[in-house]
Design a binder for this molecule. Sequence first.
Ligand code: PRX
Length: 637
Amino acid sequence: MKTPLKVTSFEEYQDVYRKSVEQPEEFWAEIAENFLWRKKWDKVLEWNFKDPSIKWFRGAKLNITENCLDRNLNALGDKPAIVWESNDPHEDHRILTYRQLYDKVCQFANVLKNNGAKKGDRICIYMPMVPELAIAVLACARIGAVHSVVFGGFSSQSIADRIKDAECNIVITSDGGYRGTKEIPLKNIIDDALVQCPSIKRCIVLTRSRTPVSMIKGRDVWWEDEVKKVETQGNPDCPAEEMDAEDMLFILYTSGSTGKPKGVVHTCGGYMVYTGYTFANAFQYNQGEVYFCTADIGWITGHSYIAYGPLTQGATVVMFEGIPSWPTPGRFWDIVEKFKVNILYTAPTAIRSLMSFGDEVLKGKDFSSIKKLGSVGEPINEEAWHWFDEKIGLGHCPIVDTWWQTETGGFMISPIAGITKTKPGYATLPLPGIQPVLVDENGKIIEGNEVSGNLCIRFPWPGMLRTTYGDHERCRTTYFATYPDLYFTGDGCLRDADGYYRITGRVDDVLNVSGHRIGTAEVENAINMHSSVVESAVVGYPHDIKGQGVYAFVVCPNKHGDDELARKDIMMTVTRIIGAIARPDKIQFVSGLPKTRSGKIMRRILRKIAEGDTSNLGDTSTLLDPAVVEEIKEGAL
Ligand code: PRX
């Protein structure tokens, strides 16, 4: 039996939700019937959270690109799949119909094959937000290669770490990319990374900015030349590789509270079902609607809700290369008007930043096409929620506040547009198939409403991560060992009197800066690499636009130059090691860090000082050197 992906009323949501909990396998099998399989599954679900071992749709065969492309050719071949808007408002936009996208994906899949790519190979993609990025991603999936997309804001070192961890053999990049007034020399950054990466045998370079680049014989080739070769070979099609439901689809690196970023692994079958289902249902997507997701494909939001989810549903997706504030802070609204966008999915940090330019910018803009709004990436404050609702949604568009994570693959707790009553700041209710629980410090499940605790999920869902690449034990300890038999999200959460969920933010040492996840340990490691730094501690503090800012306390007794230069040097070090997105907003030089007698840094105290709340620092008597706290308080920025 096939169940429609979209519910049509709140009562139906409740019925479907109940069924998804009582008979999860039947429920997901009925949802999965909406997709194209080469072979159906033998068993819907096998799992335990102890190892963990999670297998959805065992024995099923598919290729996700047949669901995104081939299946849509008959009915939607001439309809736009991707509508691309350049960074430069004067450059023509591009439209790729489903047929054109199909052709280009097949063509590039053949380029990959010509360059030695095979099923199971890992391919790193480091590209600007141009249609070829989506084409590269889908071409990998077409031939069964595992893509590892690295966001264009990461440094050479970060790319090298990711390439080495996944042992990639091919990298796809472009000469450069544009973001606002900046030109980012992507190939040059890749070249610096490749010095450390002997596993890379081929680098395919798209022409975008005509930034001068070095092209190394035998390793580097131009995208356009390779496409020409495929054209002259006369093989326009590329049959999709048959994939097992549990074969790897992609790796995406994300930060945690310790060590280097980990490669979250998603697999083909479950991820496809989950992203397609949640996209259709939460946004109540109707055929023909124009959907604009402002994320970058370098993040999970772009993977799940620019590329895969919407394309499986035959959606028209607007993809934007630039930034919201360039050349004017009205850029998003110009795009909305230009393409008559019906669904706008963006992040609280973008909303707050656009709010800060005042309502003057909105004058004369036409928002009448917008029917539904979405928010993702961090808790949305009520002021931003209301502004979004009133000024952009003109008071009549549901706001779908989607809570989810790189690891969850797709939306977890979210309103269903127009069906779930919304409440500012609340992600509201779990989607069908999702069983959230709140637990106390000891892992005891907290029942009832008007409670808060740590957010966990007690039953698997098809889009969840399966492992962290090359290190399954790390996956177990990070997500499944804190509380036995539960997936731990790392988020704090409250459940109000109506049973609605509100995410309150991370409870671990992970920061959320402008919706980007940054591990404090990662930033500390980068700062500590600076030659005059002895040690450092990084915490978050509330930031009006970014949500959280990065506050670094740094012990740096032998500065080279004055404080200002030393700060800049440290910033430069972090930019080199991680990328500009992790640069501290504030650096306070201190003579020591508050530590317990056993040498543990008391972050609680530093967090309070960074937040500007020094009234009650709690018990400091157990500190090794209580005087240091006074000094830090006085020097606070
Ligand atoms: O803290 C939560 C926050 O972002 C974290 C996940 O980050 P990442 O894996 O980079 O994925 C971001 C895009 C899905 C979560 O642990 N977060 C995400 N969405 C929301 C949110 N916090 C509050 N409300 C949300 N809607």
